[in-house]
Design a protein around this ligand. Structure first.
Ligand code: SF4
Ligand code: SF4
Ligand code: SF4
Length: 328
């Protein structure tokens, strides 16, 4: 019985499963407020509260508000609130690890839809050189540092209130998320002070860049996303593990060819067992594309749950003949 379930999962059409999960969760998280659904304020994805109908609040905005409290407050009983927020974030995150990004984040899904549009229009995608990739993927940690340090400096009185949720003022999700419920009010530069003008100006510029970049580059924004960096820091706490058995890998490169995040180690690293990298979105396209039994697998509580298999690969390739390349 267990073997039959495993075979069913390993031979499944991942593209279809992913499409439906992304569609349903997009509706749930972007429009959930209409149905009075609320998942709280420590959600591990870009469920942006600037959209009044969002059913959850992105942890990054909560974190910035909590850290901006005056230092004496942070070191009082109020620190309990910060701790509870962090524990809630980790608890949500631990369930799915970075698959939150591959399957649930409305902002990730939006980028995949823009990619699908580009593909329909017959325009080819761009890639980064390895050097560009390595340099660009560090930017997310600069944003993460802004998220952590700016509010702390506000709490110390070094920076004033104009810096309130500084990252959100620059984040394209603040501008794009409300658009899905017909609210275009965030498409403005706020001239109330020079600091706010610069931050919101960067926000508008990033939003334009988001649309252009996502059209030519798969998951363009995810390379820069500080939430992805935060995920990686806590990925050891997750019940889901992404494993590679190097001795079963032939380094054929099929997994790298389908990886939207250009993670070279997925094909080249035959030493590490834990193959999760900070840019990975756990989309599992590489597992579906790998033709070697158990070379790549996803484990839940150390139980192999989805594995690369020759049979699954052949089956999916049969489907792809009719539906086009496995790569989007
Ligand atoms: S990395 Fe991409 S999918 Fe993940 S939280 Fe950031 S925007 Fe969303
Ligand atoms: S597709 Fe599988 S066998 Fe090929 S390089 Fe990737 S992990 Fe190795
Ligand atoms: S390494 Fe695999 S799971 Fe991670 S982003 Fe690339 S294709 Fe998706």
């Amino acid at each position: 019985m267990l073997n039959k379930i495993k075979k069913f999962i390993n031979n499944g059409d991942l593209r279809k499963v992913r499409f439906w999960i992304q569609l349903v969760t997009f509706i749930l998280f972007v429009y959930g407020g209409y149905f009075a659904i609320s998942f709280g304020s420590s959600f591990p994805i870009f469920t942006c509260p600037f959209n009044d109908e969002s059913s959850a609040i992105c942890y990054l905005i909560s974190l910035q508000h909590q850290l901006a409290m005056p230092t004496q407050v942070i070191f009082s009983m109020a620190s309990l609130g910060i701790l509870i927020g962090l524990i809630t974030f980790i608890a949500w995150f631990a369930v799915l690890n970075k698959a939150w990004c591959g399957y649930m984040c409305p902002f990730g899904t939006l980028q995949d839809w823009i990619t699908a549009l580009r593909k329909r229009m017959g325009i080819r995608f761009s890639t980064y050189t390895q050097n560009e990739f390595e340099n660009l993927s560090k930017i997310k940690y600069i944003f993460l540092a802004i998220i952590l340090l700016v509010p702390l400096f506000m709490g110390l009185g070094v920076l004033d209130r104009e810096w309130t949720h500084a990252f959100c003022q620059m984040c394209p999700a603040r501008i794009i998320s409300p658009m899905f419920v017909g609210d275009f009010s965030q498409w403005t530069i706020d001239f109330s002070s020079i600091t706010v003008m610069i931050l919101t100006g960067i926000g508008v510029a990033f939003t334009g860049l988001f649309f252009v970049g996502s059209f030519v580059k798969k998951r363009f924004f995810c390379f820069f996303c500080p939430m992805s960096g935060l995920h990686y820091i806590f990925s050891k706490f997750s019940i889901i593990r992404f494993t590679k058995e190097g001795d079963k890998c032939t380094r054929c490169g099929d997994c790298y060819a389908v990886c939207d995040m250009q993670i070279k180690d997925i094909a080249d690293d035959v030493i590490s067992k834990n193959i999760l990298r900070d840019d990975c979105i756990l989309c599992l396209k590489c597992v579906a594309a790998c033709p070697e039994d158990d070379a790549l697998h996803i484990d839940i509580f150390n139980i192999k749950t989805f594995s690369s298999t020759k049979e699954g690969f052949n089956k999916r390739m049969g489907i792809q003949k009719f539906k086009g390349s496995i790569d989007e």
